[in-house]
Design a protein around this ligand. Structure first.
Ligand SMILES: [Zn+2]
Ligand SMILES: [Zn+2]
Ligand SMILES: [Zn+2]
Ligand SMILES: [Zn+2]
Length: 259
């Protein structure tokens, strides 16, 4: 991080806020010092950058990370690291290729390391971008699948309800048909029974008549002429009695099979 206060002024015991950063002097400057910096012969060609535009994470410190009071003055080619004059005898005593940082950093923007750094960064960026895209796609795919499955469940429910409804309709139609058939049969039998009751009553009246005022001859003729009628009625009663079965819808075979 660049210093918050003007460094030349801080050296003189004042602390005005720094606004610019000189990339050559590696110093933060207040507005007054910036104006002076721009016109002084030594610093006229220096590059100034607004402090606010310097990225937060950029390392503008030249001090050793292990020895804060010392600058990175050396570069060990063998270890591919920068180090200070205290690190040097400690960690790189046996190293053969150690140069000053000023020599090592010459044309560093054109160096392979810079290209590698650049390439590594764009590789990481691409990979992260792909990961982000992939996660986004996965989550939208899951959303779509959920919607689809919900639709399928609703459709299946609808189909099952339709099937149950049509089964219900079929059963209701069958039970109505079955009831009508049975009731019609019973009505037919009732009508037949009614007719037989009428005929039998007629015969009873005739018998009553011949029992009292009728003559013996009349009784004889009536008995003989009524015989086939009574036989017919008796036969019919027998037939009806035999044809009667206990009618029940619940025991009906057709109905039960449908269920
Ligand atoms: Zn200043
Ligand atoms: Zn400068
Ligand atoms: Zn060090
Ligand atoms: Zn080394």
């Amino acid at each position: 991080m660049a210093a918050k206060y003007c460094e030349p002024c801080t050296a003189r015991g004042k602390t005005p806020k720094a606004f610019q950063w000189c990339t050559e002097c590696e110093e933060a400057l207040c507005s007054e010092c910036t104006e002076a910096h721009k016109v002084q012969k030594m610093s006229r060609s220096h590059h100034l950058v607004e402090i606010g535009k310097i990225p937060n994470k950029i390392n503008l410190s030249y001090n050793c990370s292990k020895h804060q009071h010392l600058l990175f003055d050396y570069f060990c080619v063998d270890h591919d690291v920068i180090c200070c004059k205290e690190c040097l005898p400690k960690d790189h005593r046996a190293c053969k290729n150690v140069t000053s940082i000023d020599i090592a950093s010459k044309n560093s923007k054109q160096s392979q390391s810079f290209l590698d750094y650049n390439e590594q960064l764009s590789f990481i960026s691409d990979a992260l971008e792909k990961l982000k895209k992939n996660r986004k796609e996965s989550s939208s795919q899951i959303e779509q699948e959920e919607t689809q499955i919900r639709k399928q469940i609703a459709k299946t429910k609808e189909n099952i309800i339709k099937q149950i409804e049509s089964l219900e309709e079929l059963l209701l139609t069958q039970i109505t048909e079955l009831k009508d058939k049975n009731i019609n049969g019973i009505k037919r039998q009732e009508k037949e029974i009614g007719e037989l009751v009428t005929s039998t009553n007629d015969q009873k009246k005739a018998l009553e008549f011949i029992r009292n005022p009728g003559s013996e001859k009349q009784a004889f003729i009536t008995i003989n002429s009524s015989k086939p009628i009574l036989d017919y009625i008796e036969n019919k009663v027998k037939q009806l009695t035999e044809s009667f079965v206990d009618t029940s819808l619940i025991l009906s075979k057709g109905y039960q099979q449908t269920i």
